[in-house]
Design a protein around this ligand. Structure first.
Ligand code: SAJ
Length: 415
């Protein structure tokens, strides 16, 4: 039995909330997962999962079977509340990419009636600078009987608030949840320290404490760093195409230098994180964030460049069958959010350039936007094969089956 066993409410049972809730439950905490999606709540209570992530099914089943994880549509009283809800962007005053923290605000309002003195609220969602303080303001508005300051006089009515940005990589969430270092930023020192006690119960990585604004910015900066580096690779791929150089070989060779580590080009940058978070920095400092904005623009342009390549290669056919291999935003997952592969496939269908046969081995049901085909029929029928995602299934394709076909490999799987 865990000595610091707590009652924990986790709001948002998606790619971050569900693994975190399950991990805490398997460490002996009593966890209530809350989500607005009734189907997801029922699926989890049966010990199953509604998303694809390696080993998550085993973790959730063991958490539910232990009796420590339950899912519900509504929160209840607890020691700690963890918010893991989406933070997308929205159009505001001419800025199409302004941060939307309305889900964080709604989640805070939903837990407000259940808060008690001594409770801890942890924001895990990637958030624009100032969001953790905004949680404090909403609590103050809805619960004037509680205080968020750490003044000794307020001790009997105090609640604690911290930001602990999630840093796990989809596809490796379970391992990274345990092994990654964490940053915890409190609205005060006591909040950060209280959050550290909880994370210590399942996190083997180092835990670094700071203030909430620095923690918020650290998360944005990490994803922006990756975006800038992917933009460099994507720009190189376009330059190399013009110069007739194999970009994959070029990068492999350049990376032999001890201080060079170029990332891989692709059809663009997808997912809810890297394609979104840099815009939160741009929205906060539009004049200053020049390189960060340019990287976003380079990466957002890449799908259009790929489409132009397909158009050029399709010219010699009358009504080509175009096989789109992969729709997810990256390898071996089912996540279609902000996926450049989806954007390209949708455009190809709309363009009526030929007949599009899309294949996504990880999306099994619930997808009805356009028909999906199994890999063997796509390999049989397609005149043009367009690799959009480096799923393992595509790497293993017998090269004999690719002969006679026009190949456009945006991921270098058949380099
Ligand atoms: N990509 C490339 N080339 C590369 C690497 C990635 O084109 O060399 C593309 C991928 O195909 C994908 C996109 O970039 O479309 C993002 O994929 P990713 O694997 O780089 O990152 P995410 O979005 O799955 O997860 C990121 C991670 N952040 C960093 O690595 C700095 C993860 O640690 C974060 O927790 C996550 O964002 C998040 O939730 O913010």
């Amino acid at each position: 039995m865990n000595k610091q066993r707590q009652k924990i409410v986790v709001v948002g049972l998606g790619y971050i909330g569900l693994p975190t809730a399950s991990m805490l439950a398997t460490k002996g905490h009593q966890v209530l997962g809350v989500d607005v999606n009734e189907a997801a709540v029922n699926t989890i209570n049966e010990g199953n999962i509604h998303i694809v992530e390696p080993d998550l099914d085993i973790l959730v089943r063991s958490a539910v079977n232990s009796g420590n994880l339950k899912a519900s549509l509504t929160p209840e009283e607890s020691d700690t509340f963890i918010l893991a809800v989406p933070t997308p962007f929205m159009a505001v005053d001419g800025n199409p990419k302004a941060p939307d923290i309305s889900y964080v605000e709604a989640a805070t309002r939903a837990i407000a009636p259940f808060l008690k003195a001594g409770n801890l609220i942890i924001l895990e969602s990637t958030s624009p600078v100032g969001t953790t303080e905004r949680i404090g303001a909403i609590v103050a508005e809805h619960r004037p009987d509680l205080t968020t300051s750490s003044q000794p006089l307020a001790a009997s009515s105090q609640i604690f608030i911290a930001h602990c940005p999630e840093r796990v990589l989809p596809g490796h969430i379970i391992r990274e949840l345990v092994d990654n270092d964490r940053i915890i930023g409190g609205i005060d020192k006591a909040s950060a320290e209280k959050a550290r006690e909880l994370y210590k119960t399942f996190c083997n990585g180092n835990i670094f404490l700071t203030d909430s604004r620095t923690a918020e910015m650290a998360k944005l900066v990490e994803n922006s760093f990756r975006d800038v580096n992917i933009a460099y690779a994507n720009e190189l791929s376009i330059i190399c195409d013009r110069l007739g150089i194999n970009v994959w070989e070029l990068i492999e060779l350049a990376n032999k230098h001890p201080r060079v580590n170029i990332l891989q080009p692709g059809p663009g940058v997808g997912g809810h994180c890297i394609a979104v978070d840099p815009w939160f920095i741009v929205a906060a400092a539009p004049q200053e964030a020049r390189l960060i904005r340019a990287a976003r623009e380079v990466n957002d342009h890449k799908p259009h460049w790929v489409l132009n390549r397909v158009r050029a290669r399709a010219e010699r056919f009358k009504n080509p069958v175009i096989g789109c291999l992969g729709l997810a935003f990256k390898a071996n997952i089912d996540d279609l959010r902000e996926s450049p592969a989806m954007e390209i496939t949708r455009e190809l269908i709309a363009s009526e350039l030929g007949q599009v046969m899309a294949c996504e081995p990880n999306v099994v049901n619930g997808f009805d936007e356009f028909p999906l085909y199994d890999l063997s029929s796509v390999l049989k029928e397609a005149d043009i094969l367009l690799v959009l995602v480096d799923h393992d299934e595509f790497k293993e394709i017998d090269r004999e089956l690719l002969k006679e076909k026009v190949l456009i490999d945006t991921r270098g799987v058949w380099r």
